[in-house]
Design a protein. Structure first.
Length: 722
């Protein structure tokens, strides 16, 4: 018997293997790194995930999503070869045929309707190299001006506000380690505890050191529970709140006059504006008390050091640009910037939400944060790319407007890489109908997402464990992503797909890279001298803990803290903002009496394509819901944990109710991680910010009603008939 056991043990050992890999979480902007141990025991695979203690940003932490991220990468539903749709059925085809087909379709459409008849849509999960390449491919490979990406729905308000105020858009002005010494911290519309969980210890340290923490959110979250003061603001009124706080700072003399005089401009008109507002009126507009505004302003004004963070809660509005600028007025008025533990942070969302917005995926942008409308910038990039400046297209339109152009049949084909707009765009019913009008839709993804389902052709791409490159995290630190797992045999990297497609379009001479580092080296050159200057950042340097941009040469240590001496504007001064026109496109009406806001849950990531394929995560959070206050639930006859219909003038969804006192009475909240009839974006509002074109994801006027069980409904109807 023991011989037999011994025999099987030896056999098992022979068939077992272990691979140790370095990796970096594919999800949020913390970009936590890890070590993965993949064990093969006979036929079974087992993963162990260990955080990387040396990671300077995560400091050796991983959240629940990072610990489970491999589950989607090894999921059996991964697309493993190109798929072509014939009569509604997916058919496996070869790469050669797939690429030939795209080239043929794109070329013939362009011949008939012009270069701009093809659109390109990218994403903030792509590496810096891939985001750069996609921008170049649109302008040089396809010569279309229509490229934009999902970051339009994410960072555009904060980015445009920071550019206008400071002359540069790097999400955080300081390193995370400085948070510990900030004595007052304002968290405006940011749920860091659930959206960047591994950041929390930085804030816990600050609290331990005596910081006063203020959270502004219409509902209670793990973040507001951690704060000392929770201002339960009415959605869409944050700009007013910030203006009220500025009034208190001015009236009670908390402004730093020397800083204002020496380092800023435009304060006088702001003073005039502040003198015209009343804290009591603002409190009423925001659905809060005057005291809350005063307490918050005094704490921030009195504190020696302080930081303000904003995220999508205050940014995803048709007045998102203005709202962020009003918060930046607070930073400038108190001079709390450019010094230790003083600064601003737009908490970047996606894994490469920072780098993805710097190197050319945006409609109006060239690499290095250059402008596609600036003649010098155009010439510089045209030279790097080896084309004539006159050949470069001009600026295109934002993501939602691109979909509107598809609806108007001005754009005939779309090349989509790294996004799921059928679920993530506002007014999703319209978006789906628009995409149906395309002559040809190509989707590059790991899975058949809700959008990929509509494609003519799906090209399979590699996952975070397989695709090497650099990412720029929420601090502005450029980091290296190892890719040590072998990709499934027929699956290609996004950058390879772009290069091969360029080749089939006869443009291969512009895309001659042997390895991904070659693309990064071209990006370095292209960004040289630009606002987002990566020239001094090399693969050797990023492999060693990462480098903060701007980094103009290889002897530069990288810019850890921005604005110590001057701002990035032409005269070096930061610009105050005035603005009375606080657009809120939808108000509660008789027909749609409630305000719906949307956001995230800890367990899921964006449209859920990846996290809904993780056993562990879906078990923790199976289905969507809507948070509703008990008083409101009573009014609309809604019981806890029952099906309800949420309806706006655009569409409706059915989700479960979650009756909770943690939300304002006039507000509903729903996560957006699910598709089809549970996709909350069927209801949301596509009103766009006039400056940055951010949609109003956080304010939609809606009504809510219980969905009666079918039996009950039939019984009721039969009574009516008889
Ligand atoms: N678990 C998880 N983490 C993520 C993501 C994810 O999908 N899941 N996504 C990543 C990405 S791409 C992003 S952009 C970030 C987003 O990170 P956050 O912006 O922090 O996330 P949200 O949940 O969209 O919004 C934050 C909070 O804003 C509140 N809010 C809603 N409307 C308003 C308003 O009008 N005013 C104010 N003051 N607050 C309001 C919501 O109640 C919510 O608690 O998270 C990143 N991290
Ligand atoms: N109602 C509401 N809607 C929102 C928001 C909100 O707060 N409320 N937030 C908005 C925000 S901030 C964001 S960032 C967007 C995000 O919205 P989307 O861009 O739709 O986000 P994802 O779910 O990440 O979709 C990415 C798709 O690309 C695939 N993918 C992942 N990594 C890669 C890769 O490396 N290469 C390729 N080719 N494919 C990849 C995934 O499988 C998935 O199908 O949603 C926006 N929509
Ligand atoms: S989801 Fe964000 S916080 Fe969590 S492990 Fe991944 S990168 Fe880190
Ligand atoms: Mo985002």
């Amino acid at each position: 018997m023991s011989d037999l056991i011994q025999y099987f043990r030896e056999k098992q050992l022979k068939q077992s293997s272990e691979q140790i890999m370095k990796g970096r979480c594919p999800y949020c902007s913390m970009q936590c790194s890890m070590e993965l141990i993949e064990e093969h025991i006979i036929q079974r695979k087992r993963f162990k995930v260990k955080p990387n203690k040396q990671d300077p940003t995560s400091e050796g932490r991983l959240c629940i999503k990072g610990l489970q991220a491999h589950q989607h990468a090894i999921n059996g539903e991964r697309v493993k070869y190109p798929l072509y749709k014939i009569d509604g059925e997916w058919v496996r085809i070869s790469w050669d045929l797939a690429l030939e087909m795209i080239a043929e379709q794109f070329s013939s459409l362009q011949q008939e309707y012009g270069s701009d008849s093809i659109g390109v849509y990218g994403g903030g999960s792509l590496t810096n190299e891939e985001a750069y390449l996609l921008g170049k491919f649109a302008r040089v490979g396809l010569k279309t001006k229509y490229i934009d990406y999902n970051g339009r729905f994410c960072m555009s308000a904060a980015a445009s506000a920071a550019n206008a105020t400071f002359g540069i858009d790097r999400g955080m002005t300081n390193q995370l380690t400085e948070i510990a010494d900030a004595k007052c911290i304002i968290l405006a519309g940011t749920n860091i505890a659930e959206c960047q969980p591994t950041i929390m210890p930085y804030f816990r340290k600050a609290k331990k050191n005596g910081a006063f923490i203020i959270a502004i959110d219409p509902r209670e979250t793990a973040t507001t529970k951690f704060a000392d003061l929770h201002i339960k603001v009415k959605p869409g009124t944050d700009a007013n709140l910030a203006m009220g706080m500025l009034k208190v700072l001015v009236d009670e003399k908390y402004c730093d006059e020397t800083f204002i005089a020496e380092r800023t401009k435009g304060f006088e008109p702001v003073l005039d504006q502040v003198n015209q507002v009343s804290v009591a009126t603002i409190a009423k507009q925001c659905g809060i008390t005057s005291d809350e505004i005063r307490v918050a302003a005094r704490h921030y004004g009195q504190a020696e050091t302080g930081m303000i963070f904003t995220a999508r809660g205050v940014e995803q509005h048709a007045n998102g640009y203005q709202t962020v600028r009003h918060f930046l007025n607070l930073v400038l008025a108190t001079g709390k910037i450019g010094k230790h533990a003083c600064g601003y942070g737009a908490v970047t969302g996606q894994g490469n939400g920072q780098g993805g917005r710097e190197h050319g995926q945006k409609a109006d942008q060239l690499p290095g944060y250059r402008s596609i409308e600036n003649e010098t910038d155009r010439k510089y990039i045209a030279d790097i790319w080896g084309v004539d400046e006159s050949e470069l297209p001009r600026k295109g339109v934002s993501a939602y407007e691109l979909i509107e152009k598809i609806d108007r049949e001005e754009i005939k084909a779309l090349f989509l890489m790294g996004s799921n707009p059928v679920v993530s765009s506002p007014n999703a019913v319209f978006v789906e109908k628009a995409l149906e009008k395309l002559d040809f839709l190509v989707v590059v993804d790991m899975f058949i997402s809700e959008t990929a389902r509509m494609a003519d052709l799906i090209l399979p791409t590699t996952s975070y464990l397989e695709d090497e490159g650099t990412m720029t995290n929420l601090e502005g630190r450029v980091v290296y992503r190892h890719a040590e797992r072998k990709a499934p045999k027929e699956v290609k990297h996004d950058w390879q797909i772009v290069c091969e497609l360029a080749k089939s379009l006869g443009k291969d001479h512009y895309f001659t890279y042997e390895k991904v580092e070659d693309i990064f080296n071209e990006l370095r050159q292209a960004s040289k001298g630009g606002t987002a200057d990566y020239f001094g950042i090399t693969y050797d340097r990023v492999k060693n803990g990462g480098v903060f941009w701007p980094c103009p040469d290889s002897s530069h240590q990288g810019t850890l803290r921005l604005f110590e001496k001057s701002f990035h504007t032409t005269d070096g001064r930061a610009q105050f903002h005035i603005g009375h026109e606080l657009i809120r496109s939808e108000k509660a009406t008789k027909k749609y009496p409630l305000i719906l806001t949307t956001g995230r849950l800890m367990e899921h990531y964006l449209t859920g394509v990846q996290t809904r394929r993780s056993q562990e995560l879906i078990e923790r959070s199976k289905e969507p819901f809507v948070e509703i206050h008990p008083q409101t639930a009573l009014e609309y006859n809604i019981e806890n944990d029952t099906l309800v219909r949420i309806e706006s003038k655009r569409g409706s969804v059915i989700v479960k109710s979650k009756v909770t006192e943690s939300i304002r009475e006039d507000t509903l909240f729903a996560p957006f991680h699910w598709g089809d009839f549970q996709c909350i974006n069927r209801v949301t509002n596509p009103a766009l910010d006039p400056v940055c074109r951010m949609p109003e994801f956080k304010v939609s006027s809606v009504k809510i009603s219980p969905v009666q069980p079918v039996k009950e409904k039939v019984a009721q109807e039969s009574v009516v008939i008889s």
